[in-house]
Design a protein around this ligand. Structure first.
Ligand code: FE
Length: 132
């Protein structure tokens, strides 16, 4: 999130875990998405950014609900990587979207549990990486 971006605020938070449910500190959580009108900023890279998980494996990202663009359902791109580990590249989806039924790469395992938050929407999503 940065000044001048319009849309519905979305607070996305959660944890990064190993397959044994151990927290992954310093995991890279890299996200990119379309703006409220379905446009990607491929010049200034607005609405692209990354955070590192904390010592408990927790991350928090402040963004907006992405807009729709032709051919896809609503989604946020994400890449999650443990330090020196393999990257998980996937997308997060939104419940109740008509296009979830027609988007060929939609994955219900990646549905965000969206609820109303104090200033917009919020969701908690945990990632499990293929690391010991
Ligand atoms: Fe996309």
């Amino acid at each position: 999130m940065e000044p001048g971006v319009s849309g519905t605020l979305l607070m996305l938070s959660g944890s990064v875990f190993t397959k044994q449910c151990q927290p992954v500190p310093q995991a890279l959580v890299d996200v990119w998405q379309a703006d409220d009108s379905g446009q990607y900023d491929n010049a200034g890279y607005r609405l692209r950014g990354h955070v590192l998980s904390d010592q408990s494996g927790r991350y928090q990202i402040e963004t907006i609900v992405p807009g729709l663009y032709p051919g896809r359902t609503r989604h946020i791109h994400v890449k999650v990587q443990a330090p020196s580990g393999p990257a998980l590249t996937t997308q997060l989806y939104f419940p109740g979207e008509a296009r979830n039924n027609s988007d060929g790469i939609f994955n219900k395992a990646m549905l965000l549990p969206i609820t109303d938050g104090p200033n917009g929407k919020q969701a908690t999503f945990n990632f499990v990486l293929n690391v010991a």
